[in-house]
Design a protein around this ligand. Structure first.
Ligand SMILES: Cc1ncc(C[n+]2csc(CCOP(=O)(O)OP(=O)(O)O)c2C)c(N)n1
Length: 344
């Protein structure tokens, strides 16, 4: 796995010593992580992806040349042919390449030494572009949009805190109406942008909206499906943040995610373009109708509750506008979820 991380909270806790949220896999192979600028992270990950794909193509070409020139032994040849057959299964690919490497290491010939250098590029890398909403919705959006429009196999994870968290909570296009944030101290007056819908309009981008604390199973499904989808993937993850002023405290952020979904503040869905080819609806709404009060939910967060104190004259109207917006969003998602793809 290779991570391209936009500057923001995730680059701070992702890249500081002595603690790190990343660890090596059971095979000892670790995550390669790098932090780019805040304004070009999608492009940065895209470049890493292109370089890796090119190196993989080159490695395959060099192996094929060696085989057609009869410079490789039967065992490596058989394994390499198996490798070509499992191109979409990176786990199997890795196992076969490990066996190829073992054979090449035991071989002292010049060709074996040369191929050993290239063999590490044979395994397709899992590339993840990670960052916050300030990057994804605003400053880096042009790049993010351009990258998903290239159709390359790349995964994007947006940690949606609905503000620029790392610089003290400035309002972004992801900030919901009525929330108090820097540059929106009297409550944001226009509604949150729907990044997922924009990405879905391409039709070939895997898109999911998740909230780990609300549904871990759905979260893991989205990650696995994004990883396996041979094209661009975008996962938008609801991420409670210190700037939200959770009255329950940040130790309860997973519970807050669950409440956000139950109150209909945040919706869970997955849009998988592969399903359309099977005559199925690519859009699946994973969260249920709200069972708890949206008003109770927002008033448990200082970003909303403080508006009622500082701007009581507008608070009620803005809270109503937020209720209206979340309801409209749900209606839109339900419309998508009820579309019939079977009679195409
Ligand atoms: C071009 C540019 N402008 C401003 C900054 C300063 N800066 C660093 S992180 C950040 C906020 C990031 O917010 P977001 O993308 O939402 O990520 P979060 O911190 O919320 O995870 C800003 C403004 C920067 N690094 N580069």
């Amino acid at each position: 796995m290779i991570v391209a991380n936009a500057t923001g909270c995730s680059s701070i806790y992702g890249g500081s010593a002595p603690a790190t949220p990343y660890r090596a896999g059971q095979d000892g192979k670790g995550v390669a992580w790098a932090n780019s600028l805040f304004e070009d992270n999608a492009e940065y990950g895209f470049g890493i992806n292109l370089a890796n794909r090119k190196m993989q193509e080159k490695a395959i070409m060099i192996f094929k040349d060696a085989i057609s020139a009869n410079r490789l032994g039967e065992q490596v040849k058989t394994l390499f042919n198996q490798y070509l057959e499992v191109s979409n299964d990176t786990k199997k690919q890795g196992e076969i390449v490990d066996r190829i490497k073992d054979l090449l290491e035991k071989d002292n010939s010049e060709v074996a030494k040369e191929l050993l250098v290239y063999s590490k590029y044979l395994v397709k890398k899992s590339i993840w572009v990670i960052g916050g909403d300030g990057w994804a919705y605003d400053i880096g959006f042009g790049g993010l949009d351009h990258v998903i429009a290239q159709g390359e196999d790349i995964n994007i994870l947006v940690l949606d805190t609905e503000v620029y968290s790392n610089t003290g909570g400035q309002s972004s296009k992801s900030t919901p109406i009525a929330a108090v944030a820097r540059f929106a101290s009297a409550g944001k007056r226009i509604r949150k942008k729907d990044l997922g819908l924009i990405a879905m309009s391409y039709g070939y981008v895997y898109v999911a909206q998740v909230a780990m604390g609300a549904d871990r199973n759905q979260f893991l499904k989205a990650i696995t499906e994004a990883e396996s989808y041979n094209g661009p993937s975008l996962i938008i993850a609801y991420s409670p943040c210190i700037n939200h002023g959770l009255k329950a405290g940040m130790g309860k952020s997973q519970e807050e995610e669950a409440r956000a979904v139950k109150a209909g503040y945040w919706h869970l869905y997955r849009y998988d373009p592969r399903l359309e080819n099977e005559g199925k609806n690519p859009f699946q709404l994973d969260s249920k109708d709200p069972t708890e009060s949206l008003r109770d939910f927002i008033l448990n967060e200082v970003r909303f509750a403080s508006l009622a104190q500082t701007f009581p004259d507008v608070a009620e109207d803005l809270f109503k506008a937020l209720e209206e917006d979340t309801r409209k969003r749900l209606e839109t998602y339900k419309r998508y979820a009820s579309m019939d793809y079977s009679k195409k």
